[in-house]
Design a protein around this ligand. Sequence first.
Ligand SMILES: Nc1ncnc2c1ncn2[C@@H]1O[C@H](COP(=O)(O)OP(=O)(O)OP(=O)(O)O)[C@@H](O)[C@H]1O
Ligand SMILES: [Mg+2]
Length: 317
Amino acid sequence: MNIDQFINGYDSIDNTIDSTKPKKVKPIPKIINGRYKIKRVLGVGGMGMVYQVDDLLLHSLGIDACEFAIKVLNSEASTYHDAELILVNEYLQANQLHHPNIVPISHLSLCNESQRGFLVMPMVKGELLSLLLESPFESIPDNERLKYAYVLINCLVHCHKRGVIHGDIKPSNVLISNNNEVYLFDFSISRNVNPEYNKFAIDFKNVHAWSGDYAAPEVLQGNAPTIKSDLYSLAILLYKLLLKTHPYQQKKDISTHRTKEEQQLHLLLLQAMGAVPSERQMNMKALLSIIKSINTQQSKTNNISALKRVTSIFTKR
Ligand SMILES: Nc1ncnc2c1ncn2[C@@H]1O[C@H](COP(=O)(O)OP(=O)(O)OP(=O)(O)O)[C@@H](O)[C@H]1O
Ligand SMILES: [Mg+2]
């Protein structure tokens, strides 16, 4: 089904409904369109509900890789008129992108049984970065933090090169797979610098979907996200990931405990967090080079401490 068919189908379902009243929403069946068998809920967000499914068609052909993730709007979001177009927007924006660390959307479809739209995408088996950052049980090793930062910077550079503004950069929109790969996802409130691609983007005045911890001040005031607001959110995420504290919460005297590189990182990230978008800058080259130099230093220190451990074993003997 292409986008036109989706929209036409959608219009014919909805043109009997008074747009001022929330529409009635049918539940998603256990097997969607006779093809996708729901196995479990993978997660629920402010707008979406994501299920793990088995693709019965691929399964019947003996293809092992038949697990996917399917996103529908959650019960609250789907009651609003035109809400399904959020999925069309997500499909359109994500399809501008081709990056190994960005979850692609395989296709956009309509559930025959419930007449609700859905997106099919590869399932990432792993954990949300937000959970890993807050977990009292496991701490992310420093070299992994640097790797995640490096990948996320590259992902956002890729989005912006293709004109896509993610619009909702935050740790709960980043998945870390069980084999430690980083994936940026959730383009539901994204938009494009090219107005042609914004036909289905949400009306930002009426939606307050952002997290106060990561969204830029102008976005929280109801303005549409921009490249500059993405930079603001990425800077906060990187701050939390690499300097291990949220920039809004850090204590004033913390700089004395930081290395020279960490202080440089702090200053670079602050430049991207300016209150006024036009004054915001993120020097990606400088940022990547600091991340690299911290990484090199850490591996040297790790090598030295590993050497010390080995020598101490021999000296003990
Ligand atoms: N491809 C995927 N593989 C595995 N889990 C996923 C995948 N996509 C989404 N999820 C899970 O579903 C949850 C909700 O997805 P998503 O973030 O896209 O919804 P949302 O409602 O747009 O989120 P938000 O609250 O950020 O607006 C995620 O937090 C994650 O746990
Ligand atoms: Mg999300």
